[in-house]
Write a new protein. Structure first.
Length: 157
């Protein structure tokens, strides 16, 4: 997502979710993934200004640890659900789906298994596909596979 236009779109989507969560008084968390692993920028909170402030710290470029992002999202959602038994969780993925950093060895296997866990836990999932349209790119995107396994709605941006 190194192109500033795409990161701007991603930040705009998160900003809209923060605004919507404020109105509905829902909890929201933000996870960033670049480099070697995913990072929780903000654990589940209702401090929407904190979420908005964290958007400025999101950096682009480098490697994409998509498997790590899914694993971290599953982990923090499990912790949240354990504390909030009646809660529901929705994952929002904003990505081009190009993963190039495995947790262990096999990115495709990891993403498929993590996606199956998401489906098994009945976690709602929405994907914002920010791949460059009309550009021939030989890199593999895992968005279609994630969407297929999790029954995620996918919106092309």
């Amino acid at each position: 997502m190194g192109i500033s236009k795409r990161i701007g779109i991603a930040k705009g989507i998160v900003d809209r979710y923060a605004d919507d969560s404020y109105v509905k008084r829902e909890y929201i968390s933000v996870i960033s993934f670049r480099g070697r692993e995913a990072t929780v920028l903000s654990p589940f909170t209702r401090k929407y200004n904190l979420i908005k402030a964290q958007l400025d710290s999101i950096k682009t470029g480098g490697k994409t640890p998509l498997s790590s992002a899914l694993k971290v999202a599953l982990s923090i959602s499990k912790q949240f659900r354990n504390k909030n038994k009646k809660s529901s969780v929705e994952f929002i993925l904003i990505s081009d789906g190009k993963a190039n950093v495995p947790i262990k060895k096999d990115i495709k296997y990891e993403i498929e298994e993590l996606s199956k866990t998401i489906q098994k836990r009945k976690i709602s999932f929405k994907i914002y596909d920010i791949r460059n349209k009309g550009v021939i790119d030989p890199s593999i995107s895992y968005l279609d596979k994630i969407s297929e396994i999790t029954n995620a709605e996918m919106e092309n941006i």
